[in-house]
Design a protein around this ligand. Structure first.
Ligand SMILES: [Zn+2]
Ligand SMILES: [Zn+2]
Length: 217
């Protein structure tokens, strides 16, 4: 799996580009994101945009990228209704209004999204893991060969966890969602904000679980 990261501006989410055709989260500063994405590949090459959840700092540029690429938009079914809600998506908190079309693909958890083949000719995929807490429809995406987890705002590097005090949060589910991640072998953590962890990310998830059980008993 080839991963390129667009380092965000301001409060933008991190943006990850997989194999020059799949985008995980889009940030919200459109001109900046488009400029940096064009350094990676032509925008028209994007086939799929996956949102880890419906918050505007992750979905703000999706509308423009979809318009320019014809890509499909995917999100967990529980967060799909918030995509176009200026209040529940937190767009108003960022002084913006949303212009995101409805999602084309709705996940429920457990899906395997094909992303291409590795150098041994084996098919690689991202597995969708439903991790409610920060929002009811948060997902993480796991790539088994490289043991990489894209964690959105569920967990961050060095034991961080996402806020769970939004109207669309499910604080009572946060710790069990992180415990689900602990069943995976995670080498690399690519979170929705802050720096990535390359190597032994299991330890980071373990710390997040401890933090969550203290904050969301
Ligand atoms: Zn975020
Ligand atoms: Zn969020």
């Amino acid at each position: 799996m080839r991963v390129e990261e667009i380092v965000p501006q301001y409060y933008d989410s991190n943006i990850y580009v997989i194999n020059q055709k799949i985008v995980i989260d889009t940030g919200m500063t459109t001109d900046y994101v488009l400029h940096h994405m064009e350094q990676i590949m032509p925008i028209e090459n994007i086939e799929l945009i996956i949102l880890t959840h419906a918050h505007y700092d992750h979905s703000g540029c999706a509308g423009e990228l979809l318009k320019r690429s014809g890509a499909k938009l995917a999100i967990h079914e529980a967060d799909a209704p918030f995509l176009n809600d200026d209040y529940l998506s937190s767009a108003l908190n960022f002084g913006s209004k949303i212009a995101c079309p409805p999602a084309d693909i709705l996940y429920r958890g457990g899906e395997k999204i094909p992303i291409g083949f590795n150098e041994n000719g084996e098919e690689e995929y991202l597995e969708v893991i439903h991790t409610p807490g920060h929002t009811v429809g948060c997902i993480c995406l796991y790539e088994k060969n490289s043991k990489t987890l894209f964690s959105g705002d569920t967990v961050f590097s060095d034991g961080g966890i996402g806020r769970s005090d939004f109207k669309i949060s499910a604080p009572e589910k946060m710790t069990s969602s992180i415990s689900k991640l602990r069943e995976l072998d995670i080498e690399n953590l690519c979170p929705g904000h802050g720096h990535t962890t390359l190597g032994n990310a299991n330890r980071s998830i373990e710390l997040s679980e401890m933090m969550s059980s203290r904050m969301n008993p």
